[in-house]
Design a protein around this ligand. Structure first.
Ligand code: ADP
Length: 256
């Protein structure tokens, strides 16, 4: 049997491939009396082509885990793979390139450039990387996201839901191994939020995208295939095919 230490790529399980894997992650903020253990021996795998929500009480380590997985923050110990690449073995420049090419982000605030059109916002990361936009893929994504008639509009001419769909399209355009969402519907009303969550789910089904989302909202989490639960920096359980009720019950048990 191949052990993890001999393996340079994210190990799959049962014939599946993983979009992201963390092994024995530990992270402490501060030192001495003020030290806070944000992650304690976290082991978790995210299967490619699936949508996972990370949930848990405030301060349980969700954001720290997501930031470490996305290469935005470093763990004190442990290993992380994005696709086939062990990011904990990369030099800074390689990590920057991997983040640009293999990771997409959708934040609570849409982070669109106000002076650019929707289409220019979507293609901006590719343009900044001196890359070539795959026009067929751009058409397909924007069609799937219902943005075809909105591409020449500037962000202020779009609703919040449309702006977040532009941000989703921007995240999907480079065909990243993983899209990370940080409360992606936190600034949307319930109808626009439902729309964006449905589209995120569809992007796993129709585009094969892998998505990992931090949220505190059981309804948002119910759009995921799986919920992983954190408490006090540790992984304490998971739910598959979550519903708002099963998520709420699991969070209540954790005292969230
Ligand atoms: P969550 O996203 O679940 O709310 P976080 O990952 O943000 O949790 O935080 C986990 C723990 O680490 C909390 O106790 C938090 O106060 C602490 N923490 C997070 N970021 C920092 C930081 N930059 N400096 C010190 N402590 C931090």
């Amino acid at each position: 049997m191949t052990t993890l230490t001999e393996h340079s790529s994210a190990p799959g399980t049962g014939g599946t491939t993983n979009a992201a894997v963390a092994r024995s992650l530990n992270k402490t903020y501060g030192t001495g009396d003020t030290a806070v253990r944000a992650l304690t021996n976290v082991d978790v795998s995210f299967e490619a082509g699936t949508f996972t929500a990370i949930m848990g009480p405030s301060g349980s380590g969700k954001s720290t885990l997501m930031h470490c997985l996305a290469g935005l923050d470093t763990a004190d110990s442990g290993r992380i793979w994005i696709g086939q690449t062990e990011i904990t073995a990369l030099k800074d420049a390689e990590l920057t390139r991997l983040r640009r090419d293999s990771v997409g982000f959708v934040f609570q605030s849409f982070n669109l450039v106000p002076t650019l059109t929707a289409e220019q916002n979507i293609t901006l990361p590719v343009a900044l990387a001196n890359g070539t936009v795959d026009d067929g893929w751009l058409d397909y994504i924007t069609g799937t996201l219902g943005l075809t008639g909105r591409l020449k509009h500037r962000p202020h001419e779009l609703s919040g839901g449309q702006q977040q769909r532009v941000a989703v399209a921007r995240a999907l355009l480079t065909r990243p191994h993983v899209v990370f969402g940080d409360e992606p519907t936190g600034n949307l009303d319930s109808k626009a939020g439902a729309e964006v969550l449905s589209l995120l789910r569809r992007s796993t089904r129709e585009l094969g995208q892998s998505i990992i989302m931090v949220t505190h909202d059981p309804l948002a989490a119910s759009y995921a295939d799986r919920v992983v639960l954190m408490n006090d920096g540790a992984l304490v359980g998971e739910l598959s095919s979550p519903t708002p009720d099963t998520v709420t019950a699991a969070l209540t048990k954790l005292g969230a």
